[in-house]
Design a protein around this ligand. Structure first.
Ligand code: NAD
Length: 283
């Protein structure tokens, strides 16, 4: 990324967060890296206490918890594999035990297991659908169950509860060599909207954020070298890679009362990737 753009994104990330999530108890899956980590920090900066789900070694999750505590907020870490029903149940139980309830959930955990169609194994297909789609179903269901159990708490949240599903531009843009991933994100779109329709009368809001190319470990190869970065920019009209804080700002808005009349929506945060930039000079 050119130096002048780097300065701009560094300045953007330093802007304070408005205190829109004070009193909120928020849970983030896959929170120990990338977009989940940034969003957990963003929500803490906006006033929330956090449940940090991680899958694997605890060091990064512990470090995040310490950063959140340094901001004056509370944080607990819980190991849970979102593709396993019993893990998700235990994750929510741990959050409720610590805080009494939850008001906001970011269903974020996701993986890629890329292969051309003819080489893709059933294991690769099932792994991605299991985490990215079934994991989101289990997480959203657990969130709605907890919101219903707790009942209204209008002094904290106008809605009974709020949920954001982390989707991708690939809920819309087909992606050769990634059929498992694109199918999982396309599935999230209809899952999110169907659940939003079902639970709106309970005053639960369910939305999605669809990131474009964001600088995280999941897509390291797409931005790590100058050549890769230049190639990537051909797909991004706004001509910079997204930063995790760009996503955190959108997530925090959707999980706060600032967006109280928004449900069933997907917010694309993609620098224009879904504007079909190939058509700017052709078609
Ligand atoms: P990441 O690899 O840094 O984060 C993914 C997180 O999910 C990791 O912390 C990982 O440990 C966790 N995870 C994986 N399997 C899990 C499981 N079974 N249970 C619980 N946690 C699990 O990548 P990221 O970019 O931060 O991705 C986060 C989400 O954003 C994913 O859903 C991804 O599809 C989506 N996304 C990312 C981009 C991007 O450009 N980075 C673009 C579009 C969508």
């Amino acid at each position: 990324m050119p130096d002048d753009q780097r300065q701009i994104v560094d300045q953007l990330a330093k802007r304070p967060y408005a205190q829109t999530m004070v009193g909120h108890k928020a849970l983030v899956t896959g929170a120990s890296s990338g977009l989940g980590r940034a969003s957990a920090l963003g929500m803490a900066r906006a006033g929330a206490d956090l449940v940090i789900d991680y899958n694997g070694s605890p060091e990064a999750a512990d470090e995040l918890a310490h950063e959140i505590e340094a901001l004056g907020r509370r944080a607990i870490t819980v190991q849970a594999d979102v593709s396993k029903e019993e893990d998700v149940e235990a994750l929510f139980a741990a959050g409720v035990k610590e805080y009494g309830t939850l008001h906001a959930v970011l269903s974020n955990a996701g993986i890629q297991r890329d292969a051309a169609l003819l080489d893709m194994t059933l294991e690769q297909w099932n792994a991605v659908i299991g985490v990215n789609l079934t994991g989101q179903f289990l997480t959203v269901r657990a969130a709605v169950r907890e919101y219903k159990r707790r009942g209204p708490q209008p002094e904290v949240s106008a809605a009974l509860g709020k949920i954001v599903c982390m989707s991708s531009v690939h809920q819309q843009i087909p992606w050769a060599g990634h059929v498992n991933y694109a199918a999982s994100k396309g599935g999230i779109n209809m899952m999110m909207r169907s659940i939003a329709q079902e639970v709106a009368p309970m005053r639960v809001r369910v939305n999605a954020v669809a990131p474009g190319a964001i600088r995280t470990p999941i897509n390291h190869d797409a931005w790590a070298t100058q050549e890769a970065y230049d190639n990537l920019m051909k797909l991004v009209p706004y001509n910079r890679i997204g930063e995790p804080d760009d996503i955190s700002r959108a997530v925090t808005w959707l999980l706060s009362d600032e967006s109280d009349y928004v449900t069933g929506a997907t917010l694309f945060v993609d620098g224009g990737m879904t504007l079909y930039p190939g058509f700017a000079h052709g078609g």
